[in-house]
Design a protein around this ligand. Sequence first.
Ligand code: FES
Ligand SMILES: [Fe+2]
Length: 347
Amino acid sequence: MTFIVNQWYGAIWSQDLGDAPVARRLLGKPIVLFRTDDGVAALADVCPHRFVPLHLGKVVDGRAIRCGYHGLEFDRTGACVRNPHNAGRIPPAAKVESHQVAERHGMVWIWMGERDADPSLIPDYSFLDSADPQHISARDHLEIRSNYRIVVENLLDLSHASILHDGILGNDEALKAESEVEEQDGDLTVRRYMRDIPAPLLLDLLYKGDGSRVDHWADIRLMGVSNLLNTVGIAEPHTGRGPHGTGMRGAHILTPIDDATTLYQFCAVRMNPIAHDPERDAEIRDQLSRVRKMAFAEQDGPMMEAQQRLIQDPAVDTSRPALFDIDLGASRFARRHDKMLKADVSA
Ligand code: FES
Ligand SMILES: [Fe+2]
């Protein structure tokens, strides 16, 4: 298992971490996340006494997690701060690995590398902070049984929307998209632009709701290893991309669970929303949450999981894939990933 470790990864939506500790497997390691008075803590989810998971314990005094077996307590640095037995001796081996954590944009971010974590490197999802609650979909997540690189490639190649998500996010006429790939300031962006096509259902929902013809753009930006930001918009035909249309912006925050499983965290916000009454807005918000999750869980998920199985199949030769224009983003990602991995290992 090889991961790029000196990076910020989304560990859990803030809303999903309450008073009780939560277990996650991240970058192949069992991790327990919990809240202290000094912020979120992330420790190895293994008690060094009898090796039971610490998440089966509880948070005490807002400062430590108490193992549920014999009650050893560990603070956010992983130091054992209390042994409730006898004289309370704390041997040197009674400590747990800790990781750097930051909470921003409604997400708990974890840095599992050795280097000092720089909070300014947390990907910018500030559009989530300023979102009107009426216009933001559920902050949701899925586990996809495929390597995170497969999921990144899926998102960098939005051409599949016309086939796999036909009717919902794309359609036949969207196949004629013009596309371009750009690398700037460390980010990789793939842009698609479609002139005068029928609005795909999910976009139509945000627009006139009558299947009007539109100009449609769908851009996706990769920040770091596996954090993506998707901007899609529609406007009157032949008016070009711009602030005059409506659309949405989506966070796609991917974190390797292990070599063959990915934590896929997502959320979308309507941009330049067309004014509706509050009831209609609530309906649109619910549909955005439901339809996007359905597309990821029932369309992308099974396809990527089947892909992962075939790639692992010794009977299948994957050494010479057939490549097309639509693969430009994914090919650039592969190169960029190799470079980042080398830099991560050698640093
Ligand atoms: S196993 Fe954790 S305190 Fe004994
Ligand atoms: Fe998809």
